[in-house]
Design a binder for this molecule. Structure first.
Ligand SMILES: CC/C=C\CCC/C=C/C(=O)SCCNC(=O)CCNC(=O)[C@H](O)C(C)(C)COP(=O)(O)OP(=O)(O)OC[C@H]1O[C@@H](n2cnc3c(N)ncnc32)[C@H](O)[C@@H]1OP(=O)(O)O
Length: 282
């Protein structure tokens, strides 16, 4: 996988307009700025960009497309004005269909392996709330710019569930170990301001456009760096976590299937879904 991605790292021509690379996928769009060569991958699954099987597959396909089209970088964002992603779609995990839940978790593994291991520079323009799976996507990127007054974090323990090891190691690759451990145990959601203070995000922007511009600026810092050397350096630094999931994909899937089917977990998810609905009717 690594070799084929690295083959894409050859110089490219630059034009002056922006073009839509992909409309084939319905829940994501990929827009390439032909001046900078940077691709913006936008998640578009109303109402909250809940990561269901189809959205995950579309994100994965879009990442592969960006790798294959020799973009200079990838910016991940959302079309929703207040939500980056609400994380995993809880309906995928509540009273799950036997076949679909396996495909769902496999698709999530695919997305993480592709995003965390991406050969191109990656940045997240976090233009809204980003709990759990949303935080996983953001922290899988190399740089994060967030808008004020939103929240981000891994809140799994608050739902009575446990974040898999690779969620935790991604979080830990951004935050100091002690802080990450405490936040994970607490299921803590950080406000934008708190996230900036601890380094969970790198910058704050006042609009989505500004966030995207700051992400592009970050990606631009690699303009004079050899892309192959950059990609190999990144991938070596991330190799241990990537290899761990690649080696243990099946066990990770079985662990998830076992856990999600526990009656106590199902009960907890049901109660959580009810609380979300009640909140909506208040
Ligand atoms: C057993 C599992 C084992 C291991 C897995 C571990 C990994 C798990 C990772 C996860 O990602 S779990 C999901 C965690 N996500 C959350 O806790 C987020 C919950 N949602 C919210 O906090 C809020 O909805 C919000 C994202 C902050 C947005 O708030 P807002 O007020 O703007 O919208 P509202 O709450 O009214 O939601 C609109 C609509 O969407 C439904 N919704 C929200 N989040 C989810 C979700 N994650 N999955 C499914 N559906 C979700 C919500 O119920 C509303 O639906 P309604 O319109 O029908 O009432």
């Amino acid at each position: 996988m690594m070799r084929s991605k690295l083959m894409n790292l050859v110089p490219r021509a630059v034009a002056t307009t922006s073009r839509q690379m992909s409309t084939a996928t319905k829940l994501t769009t990929v827009q390439v700025d032909d001046k900078t060569g940077i691709a913006t991958l936008t998640m578009n699954r109303p109402p909250v960009n809940g990561l269901n099987l189809e959205l995950l597959r579309d994100i994965h396909q879009s990442i592969e497309e960006i790798e294959g089209n020799k973009s200079r970088g990838l910016i991940l964002t959302s079309s929703n004005p207040t939500i980056f992603s609400a994380g995993l779609d809880i309906f995928e995990m509540y009273k799950p269909d036997k076949e679909r839940i396996r495909a769902f978790w496999t698709a999530l593994q695919d997305v993480w392996l592709a995003l965390y291991g991406s050969s191109v520079p990656t940045a997240a323009a976090i233009n809204g709330h980003s709990p759990a799976g949303g935080c996983l996507l953001a922290t899988s990127c190399e740089y994060r710019v967030m808008l004020p007054k939103y929240t981000i974090g891994l809140n799994e323990t608050k739902l009575g569930i446990v974040a898999p090891k690779w969620f935790m190691s991604t979080f830990e690759s951004v935050l100091p170990r002690r802080l990450a451990e405490r936040a994970l145990n607490q299921g803590r959601m950080f406000t934008t301001e708190e996230a900036l203070a601890v380094g969970l995000v790198d910058e704050v922007a006042n609009s989505k456009e500004e966030a995207i511009a700051k992400c592009a600026q970050f990606i631009g810092t690699f303009a004079k760096v050899n892309p192959l050397a950059r990609a190999l350096t990144k991938q070596q630094l991330r190799a241990e976590e990537l290899k761990q999931l690649e080696d243990e994909r099946v066990q990770d899937l079985e662990k998830f299937i076992f856990f999600v089917n526990q009656p106590a977990v199902q009960k907890g998810l049901g109660i959580y879904l009810e609380s979300l609905k009640k909140k909506a009717t208040k």
